[in-house]
Design a protein around this ligand. Structure first.
Ligand SMILES: [Zn+2]
Length: 684
């Protein structure tokens, strides 16, 4: 649907660090950038972004790839959707051919749901500003709440008419199918017929981290006993409540900039604080925090400040959720607002500087806060006090960092007037218990993930993940992977010359060498990558002349700028790896990333040996192809052995004789493998 030229344009414009940086807070580590993996839960960063290679990779869960792969995975969209998103980000125009009816029908359900939500968002926002009822009811409400036009635009606020099916009628007229309107929850289809879920409500769209609308919240304006004050979209294929935070899209950059996230409760709290100039604020939307939401925050910062309204009941309820933040290794502070105030009202009556000053001056460490709160509750009641100690110890025990735990023990021991040793003992006991439970939970999670993955693969209309290299099924996996790694790094390098004096690239050499023994890669992903690399290196301009990487000893010694020589060698060698990493075949790019990210390390002394390294590199390659051949032979030998045993049992003399002969041949081949059967073109 998108032509190759445009794809190439997008690929070369997309900078991996910029693309990933929108989702993950990255920190420079040498030539690479590092951050917390957005695909699995972790406390220490193992997600690596390599700007020079144009790829990212998680050493924990193995996910990553080039910018397109990354977007596909994180947004759960197909290849074309991912390309379109990148094109939009980099201002590249995408000329799409008109979709045929059949293609339209094939558009994935996810896309259809997003399209319905996008339409609804635009429709509701249009009603709010341009419709008489929208203005007199919706806009008036926002005005009364002190919300200005800029905020209405930023948060894409809207209004849904009170007429029972005004929205649905319009959507159907515009060609959206009822099925998807119902699945997003925008439309209810019940005994009363078709009804708009959000009729007569102001609308707060819920956006993902990248700004896509996954759900809506609607607040009723008329006083009514029968109707709930707030109505939200139901869970759907695209909306999992527990993974979303209201305001994260508008807040993420400011969270990184301030290295802090303010956590509030409602939509209006977020919008008012944002409007007053404090933009690093998100809401969990009423419910207590989930691990999914915590992970979302943790991608951008370690520091969370929770804002509480004055009333104590709410505080008690949400304390549990905060223990989870502690368990994720985050630093939590708590601010209680003055009696009768909430974040919305406070930021409406104070400017940003005043609010920030108040938040900073009144922020209390969470555990201290919790201890004080519970101590006040317990008073002098010994049973309540014992419970309190248990409770605090539990909170401390989930903190992953030993030193932080020790600091808290000291602090709490002082506040509660209990010996440190006693607290430590109790914590050790709980942690011991936890680790066995965690193991069980991790095992369960792994199973759930596996099942989900299997289900997803079975129902997937588009391939969003490359099949994992099948390690168990392929006895040569290690040897094949080593060869592939060599190809990614040196495949395009002219390492040998043919009899007629023409150059032979490493990948070409491997092909010829393996063909002698009829060996092909068993792993299909490797096969594909190998074919792509071979094809690419058929053009001499894609190959690397050996002079640009190697120099003989005398000329190397004479080189004035050795650093420039190394740098140029690196750039030359990366020609093939970049081609593979950014390959338009998803399986190739994914495999290249998985295998190639473990850098083929050149130590400093190796670099300095560039002059002599030429022969060593050839030897390395021969060792790798031999290793594979050897492994293949060994398994052939053991197969024949097994067959001989069967022939023995069956007393099949003829078969036995033939097999023995084969066995001897194979053994002989094994013996001469290192001498004769390797394809060695004439050496230059
Ligand atoms: Zn990961």
């Amino acid at each position: 649907m998108i032509d190759q030229l445009t794809i190439d344009k997008i690929m070369s414009a997309a900078k991996i660090e910029e693309v990933v940086g929108e989702y993950v807070s990255l920190h420079r580590r040498g030539v690479n950038l590092k951050g917390l993996c957005p695909f699995h839960s972790e406390k220490t960063p193992s997600f690596v972004v390599s700007p020079s290679k144009g790829i990212c990779h998680c050493f924990g869960c193995g996910k990553g790839g080039n910018p397109v792969n990354f977007i596909m995975e994180i947004e759960q969209v197909n290849y074309y959707e991912a390309l379109k998103m990148l094109a939009k980000k980099y201002g590249i125009e995408v000329e799409e051919r008109e979709l045929t009816d059949e293609q339209k029908a094939q558009r994935s359900e996810r896309e259809a749901l997003f399209a319905a939500n996008e339409f609804a968002r635009d429709y509701f926002s249009d009603i709010l500003t341009n419709n008489a009822e929208g203005r007199s009811v919706g806009l008036t409400y926002f005005r009364e709440r002190g919300i200005n036009d800029a905020s209405i635009k930023t948060f894409q606020l809207g209004y849904s008419l009170s007429e029972k099916d005004a929205f649905t009628k319009e959507a159907l007229k515009k060609g959206f199918s009822k099925e998807y309107l119902v699945k997003t929850g925008l439309t209810l289809d019940n005994e009363f017929g078709v009804v708009d879920r959000f009729r007569g409500r102001v609308i707060y769209p819920v956006q993902t981290i990248s700004g896509k609308v996954v759900a809506f919240g609607g607040r009723i304006l008329k006083k009514s006993d029968k109707l709930a004050k707030y109505v939200n979209s139901p869970e759907s294929e695209i909306y999992h409540k527990s993974d979303q935070l209201y305001g994260i899209y508008q807040a993420k950059q400011d969270i990184v900039r301030n290295d802090r996230c303010y956590l509030v409760e409602g939509y209006m709290d977020v919008i008012s604080m944002h409007q007053s100039g404090i933009k690093n604020v998100v809401a969990s939307s009423g419910t207590s925090l989930t691990t999914g939401q915590i992970r979302l925050i943790h991608r951008f910062t370690n520091n969370v400040t929770v804002l509480y309204d004055g009333d104590a009941a709410g505080i008690h309820a949400s304390i549990r959720g905060i223990d989870m933040l502690l368990a994720e290794g985050m630093n939590i502070k708590v601010v209680s607002l003055p009696d009768g105030e909430d974040p919305d009202s406070y930021s409406q009556t104070h400017n940003a500087d005043e609010t920030v000053a108040f938040l900073e001056n009144n922020a209390v460490d969470f555990l201290k806060f919790k201890t004080q709160l519970l101590m006040a509750d317990a008073g002098n009641d010994p049973i309540k006090r014992a419970q309190l100690i248990q409770d605090i110890v539990k909170s401390i025990s989930v903190i992953p960092d030993t030193i932080t735990r020790a600091v808290y023990v000291r602090e709490c021991s002082r506040m509660m007037e209990i010996e440190e040793a006693m607290l430590f003992n109790e914590i050790d006991r709980i942690r011991l218990n936890q680790s066995t439970q965690e193991q069980k939970e991790a095992e369960r999670q792994r199973l759930v993930e596996q099942l989900k993955e299997r289900e997803r693969k079975a129902t997937a209309t588009t391939t969003t993940t490359a099949p994992e290299p099948k390690k168990a099924a392929n006895p040569y996996f290690r040897e094949e992977a080593d060869l592939i790694k060599f190809i990614i790094r040196y495949g395009a390098l002219y390492l040998f010359t043919d009899e007629d004096g023409s150059w032979v690239s490493a990948v070409d050499f491997i092909k010829r060498d393996l063909e002698i023994d009829n060996i092909t890669f068993k792993n299909t992903a490797f096969q594909k990558l190998f074919a792509a690399a071979y094809e690419h290196c058929q053009s001499p301009e894609n190959c690397v002349p050996y002079e640009s990487v190697f120099a003989d000893e005398t000329s190397f010694a004479k080189l004035e700028d050795k650093a420039a020589f190394y740098a140029n060698a690196e750039v030359e060698l990366e020609k093939l790896s970049r081609f593979l990493f950014n390959n338009s075949d998803y399986e190739v790019s994914q495999t290249a990333t998985n295998i190639g990210i473990e850098k083929y390390h050149l130590s400093k002394s190796q670099k300095e040996q560039y002059g002599q390294n030429y022969h060593r590199l050839r030897d390395d390659l021969l060792t790798l192809t031999r290793a594979l051949k050897y492994k293949v032979l060994l398994s052939a030998i053991s197969e024949v052995k097994a067959e001989i045993e069967i022939a023995d049992k069956e007393h099949d003399e003829q078969k036995r004789k033939a097999l023995l002969e084969k066995y001897q041949q194979l053994n002989k081949a094994k013996g001469i493998l290192y001498k004769e059967k390797v394809y060695i073109p004439k050496n230059k």
